[in-house]
Design a protein around this ligand. Structure first.
Ligand code: AMP
Length: 278
């Protein structure tokens, strides 16, 4: 695997690949890689000639300085996992390589920016679009792979791609889960054994809603899922909503695409999860 820490060297290399007619698949990550990330990479390898994984803990998308500081950064272990998984290129820049001082960014994402995650992490999606735009600009991927785990992020990036008319095809990859149902996340390492047990209520509530949604009991299944989560010790619910799968606006039974999304604090760790209901 080739490892680049500067934009210039990465671009020189990718230019050669493109001249040979290779397509490029990009998997943007913040590292602390797990099987979820590797499933994105596996798809990138299958769909493109050159797979590029980026590892960059992007400061502009963090709304909590402690969260940024405590974010895990096991770069040696990540390099070993990517090598074993057959990744072609790792881009691992420092903050100064990605950002000039006092850089400004704003894109009008409409209501999508302020719903759900946006309400609890104001400014988060401006930071996400800022860094993903930069990565697209540097790598110029034909395909970019994002996890359904961050469902709202996928919609936000799709909106940016549409607004700026970027020549990249987005691919959304299903959520990888632990055997008991917990969605894999780099933040799971912060969970104590007890937290981990309590956290299972999130995927259980989502699966329950999927099973018991009959087509005309949306409010009832939502209320029961909320009650289920609120009854779990050590879990503080931020939101549980069934939303329109395309806009994330609150849904009614008439919406053809429905997704249930949840965020909660489990111990000291904030977790998110979602499930497509219809
Ligand atoms: P992150 O490193 O958390 O920024 O995640 C990098 C990419 O991996 C994002 O597109 C995430 O949605 C995706 N991802 C994270 N966790 C999972 C998971 N459990 N299953 C599938 N994709 C995931």
């Amino acid at each position: 695997m080739k490892i680049f820490t500067t934009r210039h060297e990465l671009q020189q290399y990718l230019l050669q690949c493109r001249q040979k007619g290779e397509t490029i698949g990009l998997v943007p990550t913040m590292g602390a890689l797990h099987e979820g990330h590797l499933s994105l990479l596996a798809l990138a390898r299958r769909q493109s000639g050159v797979s590029v994984c980026s590892i960059f803990v992007n400061p502009t998308q963090f709304t909590n300085p402690d969260d940024l500081q405590n974010y895990p950064r096991p770069i040696e272990a990540d390099i070993a996992k990517l090598t074993e998984a057959g990744c072609d290129v790792l881009f691992n820049p420092g903050v100064n390589e990605m950002y000039a001082a006092n850089e400004q960014w704003h894109i009008d994402l409409g209501e999508l920016e302020h719903l759900l995650e946006g309400k609890f992490r104001p400014g988060h999606y401006q930071g996400v679009t800022q860094v993903v735009f930069k990565l697209f600009d540097i790598v110029k991927p034909d395909f970019a792979f994002f996890g359904q785990k961050d469902y709202q992020q996928v919609l936000v990036i799709a909106k940016m791609v549409q607004l700026i008319n970027l020549p990249v095809k987005l691919v959304m990859v299903p959520i990888s889960r632990e055997a008991e149902g917990l969605a894999m996340s780099s933040r799971n390492i912060h969970l104590s054994a007890e937290d981990r047990q309590h956290a299972l209520v999130l995927s259980k509530a989502l699966a329950w809603v999927k099973d018991y949604f009959s087509g005309n009991n949306l409010q009832q299944v939502t209320a029961e899922a909320v009650a289920m989560i609120n009854a779990e010790p050590g879990v503080t619910l931020e939101y549980f909503e069934i939303a329109d799968g395309e806009t994330l606006l609150p849904a009614t039974e008439a919406n053809p695409h429905l997704v249930a999304l949840v965020a909660a604090q489990v111990g000291k760790t904030r977790l998110i999860d979602n499930m497509i209901i219809r």
